[in-house]
Design a binder for this molecule. Structure first.
Ligand code: AMP
Length: 192
């Protein structure tokens, strides 16, 4: 099974992805996590990415796509959950091409829908309270990330709607409610 978890920053994609990984034995491919790993390692790529991420902009498609290609080509399983990728139309089209070459098929794009006001308060709480707070978790950068989401990332919705792959999930409820809703869609997919 190949799934894309799609939604704005702070929508809970990472949390939901982790639960799906355990339940369906999928490999999580989070481009944000891969970049943070590169930053920790202190690689040139990591240094370049950090400046861009701290501004709330998107890292270049070239970097992102080569990371994704590398992971997919060397993976031993065929079940994946993409989290934070694709982020624009170019990445969505490139993913189709990569999957086609590997003879894999995307099953479902799950959009977690959360209003901007709630995202802002969630991220502000994460920045205040959590040991997991990130250097891009602050009000100013979040606003930029939300703008980028509305201007670039949301553009991939019509692309997947046309392919009849997109489902919308209400992401305003509890973690448990959101998980139950996602599972309903996945079960109907698995039964088909
Ligand atoms: P995330 O952890 O998914 O919220 O990503 C954190 C930051 O990493 C984003 O604000 C971007 O700067 C960068 N990033 C993550 N995934 C991508 C992607 N698919 N394309 C471009 N930039 C990305």
């Amino acid at each position: 099974m190949i799934i894309i978890l799609f939604g704005p920053p702070g929508a809970g994609k990472g949390t939901q992805a982790q639960m799906l990984v355990e339940r369906y034995k999928l490999k999580q491919l989070s481009t944000g996590d891969m970049l943070r790993e590169a930053i920790k390692e202190g690689s040139d790529l990591g240094k370049e990415a950090k400046t861009i991420m701290d501004r709330g902009d998107l890292v270049s498609d070239q970097i992102i796509l080569s990371m994704i290609r590398e992971k997919l080509e060397n993976a031993e399983c065929e079940g994946f959950i993409f989290d934070g990728f694709p982020r624009n139309l170019e990445q969505a089209r490139a993913l189709d091409e990569i999957l086609r070459k590997l003879k894999l098929e995307l099953d479902l794009v799950i959009e977690i829908v959360v209003e901007d006001d709630m995202l802002i308060s969630r991220i502000e709480n994460r920045a205040r309270e959590s040991k997991d707070a990130r250097s891009d978790d602050n009000a100013e950068v979040l606003k930029k990330r939300l703008n980028v989401y509305h201007q670039s990332t949301e553009m991939i919705k019509p692309y997947y709607l046309e392919k009849d792959k997109l489902v919308e999930i209400d992401g305003m409820g509890s973690i448990e409610q959101v998980r139950t809703n996602i599972e309903k869609h996945l079960l109907s997919k698995v039964k088909q």
